[in-house]
Design a protein. Structure first.
Length: 459
């Protein structure tokens, strides 16, 4: 069983990629209509053509760091790298086909093998990185702490992961040779270099909160210069949990010096344009259904068709959020301002249906078209709750640096919540979204939302 840590293992991955390329280019291109006779592995010109195409694919994999094997925590991280590599190969080969006259008639056909090639490369890497335990990133944790326990518990929950918690080092001799959540305490911090060497450690995660006089800085520095990755506990927790931990130890300096939280006017303009186009198309397409729902609401109970409520938007600016009314008229007067709840007795029969299939949210595409919201972002909250949450939940106001969304990272990762504690938990996911905003993450959230709408039991 080979290891990607070894030179031979890395070379094996590259050779495997080359074989996949030659196999599909050689099997598909010669049999396409109008393919010249020289385009085959038995011809020198064909062999050279396949070699150039293979080189383009391999370079695309290099540029998108698909040979940096210690960066795939979960399979979704692999997809995140595969897609840009595919796009780069696609553009490069299409450009070559356009400018090289001898293959201009084949320009679009040269692209056909890319789909099975990248599909096989994903499966190949999936089996190597997640199927073979030996190829997982080997992690050593510094400190027997609550954060260390959370990290270990998460590793037990995820079967297909790209890392393995090998052990823990501690500053207390009494803890040596004991176990924390099933993981052994291998020794003292002062011996970390020796432990790293003995257990073939790839990365060290420091979970100590109070470090002054306790952290073996010179030992850790010795590990770093030997190409051992050193990570902060907060950062590694965020990477494996896909949310940002919020507690008394999280300082403003962490937000300042961490990468991310970078949202330019270009990002805002692009998302705004995208939101206008998508919302206009969907509102036009769904207009017959919306008219029917409006009629049914009026027939079932007295009151307006739309429910309007003030919410907090971009930079704390309030706006009026639109929904189809799903409760009886003046429902809020019964109990006052309150978080939405499951099985709320104020919900009408039609409202139960529209909520279950999320149809009550569709009028928010009007908010998106107007610019109050985006398709993806933190869900907007009411001013009365925001003022309370900002007092009791640290960094709550950071979720307002982007436009609120119809759906968000918290909505696809956290169950329906109706308390301040739930809002605190959802903020962890909202901050993760704000920090890691990307088109890929937006696309993933949209996909997960569609899956939730189609297969969930509703609210």
């Amino acid at each position: 069983m080979f290891s990607v840590r070894s030179t031979s293992g890395s070379i094996t991955i590259i050779i495997g990629d080359m074989i996949i390329c030659y196999l599909f280019f050689g099997l598909i291109l010669p049999f396409l209509a109008y393919s010249p006779e020289w385009l085959s592995l038995s011809s020198l010109y064909g062999y050279l053509t396949f070699s150039v195409l293979t080189l383009v694919v391999i370079l695309s994999l290099c540029f998108t760091r698909l040979y940096s094997f210690m960066e795939y925590i979960y399979p979704v991280d692999l997809i995140k790298r595969i897609l840009p590599a595919f796009a780069l190969s696609f553009v490069s080969i299409a450009t070559m086909g356009f400018f090289i006259k001898s293959v201009i008639l084949l320009s679009w056909r040269l692209l056909l093998p890319l789909v099975p090639i990248y599909g096989c490369m994903f499966i190949f890497r999936y089996l190597v990185f997640y199927g073979l335990t030996k190829n997982r990133e080997r992690i050593l944790i510094v400190g027997v702490t609550t954060q260390a326990r959370e990290i270990i518990k998460e590793s037990h929950r995820k079967r297909f992961r790209g890392y393995e918690i090998v052990g823990i080092v501690t500053s207390q001799e009494a803890q040596v040779a004991t176990k924390t959540e099933g993981v052994s305490v291998l020794g003292l911090m002062e011996n970390v270099q020796k432990i790293v060497q003995e257990h073939t450690i790839d990365s060290i995660v420091v979970t100590l909160r109070e470090r002054r006089g306790k952290l073996p800085v010179y030992e850790l520095l010795g590990c770093k210069v030997k190409n051992i990755r050193i990570e902060e506990g907060f950062t590694f927790y965020e990477k494996i949990k896909r949310k940002i931990i919020i507690d008394e130890f999280l300082k403003p300096s962490w937000f300042i010096f961490e990468t991310g939280f970078f949202y330019t006017s270009i990002h805002g303009f692009a998302k705004r344009t995208q939101g206008m186009i998508v919302s206009f198309i969907l509102l036009t397409f769904l207009s017959p259904i919306l008219v029917l729902v409006a009629i049914l609401i009026k027939l079932e109970s007295p009151g307006p068709v739309f429910f309007q409520q003030e919410r907090v938007g971009l930079n704390g600016k309030p706006f009026r959020l639109l929904k189809f009314r799903s409760m009886c008229q003046d429902a809020e007067k019964m109990i006052g301002p309150a978080f939405a709840q499951k099985n709320d007795p104020r919900i009408t029969r039609l409202g139960m249906l529209t909520r279950k299939i999320r149809l009550d949210e569709v009028p928010q595409f009007i908010n998106i078209f107007k610019g109050d919201m985006d398709l993806v972002g933190p869900r907007p909250e009411r001013p009365v709750f925001v003022s309370q949450l900002e007092k009791i939940v640290p960094y709550y106001n950071l979720r307002h640096v982007v436009r609120p969304g119809l759906t968000g990272w918290a909505q696809v990762n956290y169950p329906y919540g109706d308390s301040f504690e739930d809002s605190r938990e959802k903020l962890k996911y909202d901050l993760y979204y704000v920090k890691h905003f990307s088109w890929y993450l937006d696309l993933l959230i949209v996909f997960l939302t569609i899956r939730e709408v189609l297969f969930s039991k509703g609210r």
